[in-house]
Design a binder for this molecule. Structure first.
Ligand code: VGL
Ligand code: ZN
Length: 217
């Protein structure tokens, strides 16, 4: 990439959102994303380029409606229908206060200003850091970012095709210019979900870049 103009030069108007880099999404975790922990050094190296960093944590109560174990006769990775639409059923993961819900120990983000916990309503999932799966309950994140002068957002973390993709698309819906830093993310890739997610993100104007295209300061 040497010689090319960086695709993203973060300024005071630019935040990085670090999505769900939690033990349960890393090797040995309850819902391990292949190579999930590989995002940690990439995100640590990006941190200095961003003056504002938001971390998210998937933060479910025990018995959450997104858990297959909460639906008699259903297995993880099947899809069911919730009042708000289709819902993939997951293994129990990121239960509030557990080791699996904790951020990965290797994450070094001492300057991060906000941690958003999501998915804590027992009956509603929230892949997005902005709006829950019912499509209307807001986490308050968009207003918080606007209050701090943010107009541009770079999204990193886990998983590319679920929480990263929904967060990036909702960032666009909320009016933010949005990038997903591909090598700072890893995917679950369930039945073609990764390709579908990139397509959906592109359709909403999310820009896809590599971490080498982010200007460091
Ligand atoms: C996620 C599935 C269930 C994610 C969270 O962080 O992408 N995926 N809960
Ligand atoms: Zn979850």
């Amino acid at each position: 990439m040497t010689g090319l103009t960086p695709a993203l030069t973060p300024g005071a108007d630019t935040a990085m959102i670090v999505v769900d880099v939690q033990n349960d999404f890393c090797s040995g975790g309850a819902l391990a994303v292949p190579e999930g922990e590989a995002v940690v050094p990439v995100i640590n190296a990006l941190a200095g380029a961003f003056g504002l960093i938001v971390i998210t944590q998937d933060w479910h109560p025990a018995g959450h409606a997104s858990f297959a174990s909460s639906h008699a006769g259903r297995s993880p990775f099947e899809t069911t229908t919730m009042p708000y639409g289709p819902q993939v059923l997951w293994p129990d993961h990121c239960v509030q206060g557990t080791r699996g819900a904790a951020l990965h120990d290797g994450l070094q983000l001492p300057t991060a200003q906000l941690i958003v916990r999501k998915g804590w309503h027992a009956g509603v999932d929230s892949y997005s850091a902005f709006v829950e799966a019912d499509g209307r309950t807001t986490t308050g994140l968009a207003a918080w970012l606007r209050a701090h002068g943010i107009t541009r957002i770079a999204v990193t973390g886990l998983a590319t095709d679920f929480c990263v993709a929904y967060t990036a698309q909702d960032a666009r819906s909320a009016g933010f210019e949005t990038w997903v830093i591909e090598d700072a993310c890893r995917a679950i890739d369930l039945n073609g979900s990764l390709a579908a997610a990139w397509q959906a993100m592109a359709a909403t104007g999310v820009q896809r870049i590599d971490s080498s295209a982010v200007a460091r300061r």
